[in-house]
Design a protein around this ligand. Structure first.
Ligand code: ADP
Length: 429
């Protein structure tokens, strides 16, 4: 592929700038179905589809040059500005979007840096090239005006839950290694991740029928527990048949807030590392601290947390607890509560597969292993915790899909109106 000369780029921007005073960014002029944006309460997730099937992809020379510029900037870097990060390990190669083959890149940055992101997009001149980006999440509403005014960019908004489910189904169908579960989750020696082929396998963790597992897609119904800043629980019966059935405010935001307050942590990653060095048993009151053993009559094992942070009301215990113990307790408290909400919802709906997603699970095997054990133990082996490699990116992938659908619809409208006008001009007077 030929490189783009800098002067080509400059000329291109100048020509667009000349046009831009009259450019009202109509969606059809520069269709770019390549970006999906999920502007969440804590993190903004951006996915970029890089076509790899050659120049044919572009409908015009302008699109070709703009596409190349964006491609070069995004794929040559792993960090953008002070806080944008590309998760290179998640890159999805050889996938198909809108009948085109390419790579999906995954980028995130803190939502509070949205104004910086907007300036960066402006500074790089990308705004003059793109016509519409599909966005979801609360920020798609909050920042819509800024984006439209500052960037002259139309944010096509997509429903958050719809995007999430679409994204999960697209990625699971495109990547056969996407889904996994934990075997022996609480055994440090034996614990391992096992790829789960979503299909016809029985999901009861004690009775996995490996012979029935194949690679051909999802098996309904399943529960999705999205652990972001807060928690949402959905029951999915079909691609177009899903419903939010529960939720909780005790999610990733709660954990991070507690670690900031109690331990002085400045980032999520720092809080997770600290938690991995602590022991919640120095902070939480366990069943055995109250009973001296397990509460056998109701089946509560001795190590079950009876009261989160329950030991801290005792001055001596409080003084003994370390920052790491506090962080670990914050993690266990948050995770146990999510597990309980998830299990209640799954029981209520009679669904056995529970898929946990969201960035709370990023670099967080402690939470994932606790959830795996909790689903298995409290359901007596009938419910299974499943996890997905692309944790928090599904909403933005779903947007990409939505954008493709809208672009297709508008292309069709354009073709229809063109054929109508050519029919009317060729018809006899
Ligand atoms: P939202 O859409 O609400 O922003 P996400 O799925 O992106 O939700 O998850 C946000 C949560 O992920 C945070 O509350 C935090 O617990 C966790 N998290 C993981 N990585 C980071 C990070 N780099 N910065 C901030 N929070 C992070």
């Amino acid at each position: 592929m030929s490189e783009i000369a800098e002067e080509d780029v400059t000329n291109f921007i100048v020509s667009l700038q000349r046009r831009s005073s009259s450019l009202v960014t109509p969606f059809l002029e520069l269709p770019m179905p390549w970006f999906g944006l999920d502007i969440g309460g804590t993190l903004t997730k951006l996915v970029y589809f890089e076509p790899t099937d050659g120049n044919d992809y572009f409908e015009s020379e302008e699109e070709r040059i703009s596409g190349r510029m964006i491609q070069r900037y995004l794929t040559a870097n792993k960090a953008y500005g002070d806080s944008g990060i590309r998760d290179e390990h998640l890159e999805l190669n050889n996938v198909t979007v809108d009948e085109r083959e390419g790579t999906i890149h995954f980028i995130r940055f803190p939502t509070e840096h949205m104004p910086i992101f907007i300036s960066l997009v402006k500074e790089k001149g990308f705004t003059l090239m793109s016509s519409t980006v599909c966005a979801t999440g609360g920020g798609a509403v909050k920042y819509a005006k800024d984006a439209e005014m500052e960037l002259r960019m139309q944010l096509h908004k997509s429903d958050e839950l719809e995007s999430l489910i679409k994204g999960i189904e697209y990625v699971a169908a495109s990547n056969s290694d996407e889904c996994y579960y934990y075997e022996d989750p609480l055994d440090d020696e034996k614990c391992r991740k096992v790829t789960w082929r979503w299909s016809k396998g029985c999901c009861a963790s004690k009775h996995i029928d490996h012979s029935l597992q194949s690679q051909d897609g999802l098996q309904y119904p399943y529960i999705v527990v999205n652990i972001g800043s807060g928690v949402s629980v959905m029951a999915v019966h079909d691609q177009n048949d899903f419903k939010r059935i529960s939720g909780s405010s005790i999610g990733g935001g709660f954990f991070q807030g507690l670690c900031c307050l109690l331990c002085g942590c400045e980032s999520f990653d720092e809080a997770i590392i600290l938690a991995s060095k602590g022991n919640n048993k120095n902070v939480d009151k366990l069943v055995k601290d109250i009973y001296g053993k397990g509460y056998d009559n109701v089946g509560l094992p001795e190590d079950t947390v009876a009261a989160s942070f329950g030991k801290l009301s005792n001055r001596e215990e409080c003084e003994k607890a370390t920052r790491a113990d506090l962080a670990h307790s914050a993690l266990v408290t948050t995770t146990n509560n999510i597990g309980s909400v998830a299990l209640n919802a799954a029981n209520h709906c009679g669904i056995d597969r529970i898929v946990f997603v969201g960035n709370f699970l990023r670099v967080n095997p402690i939470a994932a292993r606790l959830l795996s054990n909790a689903m298995d133990f409290w359901s007596r082996g009938t419910k299974k915790a499943l996890f997905l490699q692309h944790e928090g990116y599904f909403g933005s992938v779903g947007c990409l899909e939505e954008l493709v659908a809208v672009t297709e619809m508008r292309r069709k409208q354009r073709e229809d109106s063109l054929s109508q006008s050519s029919n009317s001009s060729s018809s006899p007077m």
